[in-house]
Design a protein around this ligand. Structure first.
Ligand code: TEU
Ligand code: CA
Length: 571
């Protein structure tokens, strides 16, 4: 395990410093990372073989998506045993090897914690549905309202959030798939079991948790109907619910605070004020994922409708979060994860400027205030895949929504909805990691569980390693830059041109005992060349990094090529 050593004296107080603020996190979706035994399914031994690669990127922490025992209806977010490893991933001994290998590489391991719901296959649910007195209240069971479900809440994956169970003769609540019943956090025994599970993993020596939909744990008293017109019906009654603070504080006090670990909450519909109380000085969590910047390309607030995105809106959101958490709380910065389409295909140009726009978007993530997260393949500039038939898709969310759209009178066949579904499907993030141009991109020697992105012949680790100009090697420079500049971690953020339509430019500033450190970031978010006057005063300026070959140190009048990114040191 690494111990923290401050990189420069002064400026930042010891209280303010934390290893998880200085870390860059690399997210691994193990099912799609590396297959060691030819069954087409990524596994832990495969991942262990690739740790040199992850470490060569400069990552400090690995966040591993769920590898617990699961029927895999939602790829492991439906857990049937919290203390066992799913067969296809390997054994608990493999997992222990993984942990010690990660530590031997001087990195840390953050596990996924999915405790809003379990799988219906979990023993707790099996006993609960049978009415076992010890477990009958482990889930949220209700009588129907007449012939229908107890209320109008919707599942995030579509349809009612309630399913009738013949055995129990009652409805159970599931905010996600029908196979993912919500745990009843009101029941103290549930909380205790979850806290024990958390402790069990912490005792194994892990370094933290990413907490799945953690602001959904507390549901409003009486489970009232939700506004039928809202984006997610019922959400005002189950997001940031009345007992959230109490639950998380108990979790922190009883278990988390006894360990030096990091926690990041995944929080749908999170706003800055809530984030402040979850992650501020007295808050139970270190940081939280919000979703505001992942909705820029929604049309009319609808996930299954695609709209044009607007740089102005990205700036408003970013300014709100950067400034809002400047004094209290901490940001988690990301573009991609296993639920998001590939960012180059959303906010870049995957056809004409794939490399340039991938590097630009990376520059943005790695130069903001907050802990940056990189999702596997993002560092290669991986793109969305063509999904020409529903049969090729694996994501329960995309498949459900595709079927629901086809049941309406608006569409007849898949080709009518293909543009939307294939753009938004979470499968875009889940195609196998592209290691080489050889068969199946070097991911597996068998039949992959999901089709590969056909562009692996040109977008892959092997080719990127050999090319000094690759997206991969640019990401390495970005991580180096962050590692060698405290100002990128602790500096203040200031948006210099909040109203500019195509250029995003900001400074990061940090007072230290050795003077003021200041970096300037200038980003052209579009495919047209543009000249910008940057309103900044300085004595000396040095260009530290660009995604084009540049040797011009003047940051005041800058002509930027398509998707050009520059980072200057303002002395
Ligand atoms: O996702 C929760 C969730 O609802 C969002 O991530 C959602 O996908 C996003 O807002 C879309 O823009 C988590 C897991 O990350 C996901 O893989 C699981 O399916 C889900 O919880 C249920 O456990
Ligand atoms: Ca395998």
């Amino acid at each position: 395990m690494t111990t923290y050593e401050p990189r420069i004296d002064g400026g930042v107080s010891d209280d303010e410093r934390a290893w998880w603020k200085e870390a860059v996190v690399y997210q691994i979706y193990p099912r799609s990372f590396a297959d060691s035994n030819g069954d087409g399914f990524g596994d832990l031994p495969g991942l262990i073989n690739r740790l040199d690669y992850v470490s060569s990127l400069g990552a400090d922490v690995i966040w591993l998506n769920p590898v617990y025992d699961s029927p895999q209806r939602d790829n492991g977010y439906d857990i049937s045993d919290y203390q066992a490893i799913h067969d296809e991933y390997g054994t608990m001994a493999d997992w222990e090897d993984l942990l010690s290998e990660i530590h031997a590489h001087d990195m840390k391991l953050v596990m996924d914690l999915v405790v809003n719901h379990t799988s219906i296959d979990h023993e707790w649910f099996q006993k609960s549905r049978q009415g076992d007195p010890e477990y009958e209240d482990y889930y949220i069971w209700r009588e129907g309202d007449g012939d229908g479900p107890p209320n109008n809440w919707q599942s995030f994956f579509g349809g009612s959030a309630w399913t009738y169970d013949e055995e129990r003769e009652a409805y159970y609540l599931h905010l996600y798939d029908t196979s993912q019943p919500d745990l009843n956090w009101e029941n103290e025994a549930v909380r205790q079991d979850v806290f024990d599970t958390i402790e069990w993993w912490l005792e194994k020596g892990i370094d933290g948790f990413r907490m799945d939909v953690i602001n959904l744990l507390s549901k409003a008293d009486g489970l009232p109907d939700g506004d039928p017109d809202s984006e997610w019906v019922g959400s005002e009654h189950f997001i940031d619910g009345p007992r959230m603070e109490e639950y998380l504080e108990a979790m922190d006090e009883q278990v988390l605070s006894n360990y030096d670990v990091m926690t990041v909450g995944e929080m749908p519909q999170l706003g800055v004020d809530e984030a402040k109380s979850y992650t501020g000085t007295d808050g139970p969590l270190d940081m939280a994922f919000h979703f505001q910047h992942t909705k820029l390309d929604y049309a009319e607030n609808q996930r299954w409708a695609i709209g044009e995105w607007d740089l102005q809106e990205l700036k408003e959101i970013t300014d709100r979060w950067q400034n809002g958490l400047a004094e209290e709380g901490w940001n988690a910065i990301y573009w991609e994860n296993h639920d998001q389409p590939r960012v180059v295909s959303r906010y870049g140009d995957p056809v004409n400027y794939r490399r340039e726009s991938a590097k630009l978007l990376g520059t943005f993530s790695l130069t903001l205030s907050g802990t940056p997260y990189i999702y596997q393949g993002q560092e290669l500039g991986m793109t969305n895949s063509p999904w020409t038939s529903i049969a090729d898709m694996r994501d329960i969310d995309a498949i459900n929504h595709a079927k629901a759209l086809l049941e309406t009178d608006d569409y007849d066949e898949y080709t009518d909805i293909q543009d939307t579904i294939s753009y938004r499907s979470r499968d875009n993030a889940r195609t196998p990691m592209q290691w080489s141009p050889s068969e199946n991109a070097g991911f597996t020697e068998g039949e992959p569980w999901i089709q590969l992105n056909p562009n692996y012949d040109t977008v892959n680790v092997g080719d990127a390693e050999d090319d000094p100009d690759s997206v991969l090697n640019y990401y390495r420079r970005l991580l180096d830059l962050r590692d060698s500049h405290d100002v990128l971690v602790y500096g203040d953020y200031c948006d210099l041109l909040p109203n500019h339509e195509s250029v995003y430019t900001y400074t990061r500033t940090l007072d230290t005992n050795e003077g003021t450190e200041r970096l300037l970031v200038v980003l052209n978010f579009f495919g047209d060349e543009t000249t910008v006057e940057v309103p900044v005063e300085f004595e000396t300026a040095t260009l530290l990094l660009s995604n084009y070959d540049r040797d011009d140190d003047d940051p005041t009048t800058v002509t930027l090529a398509p998707y050009e990114a520059r980072v200057y040191d303002l002395g």
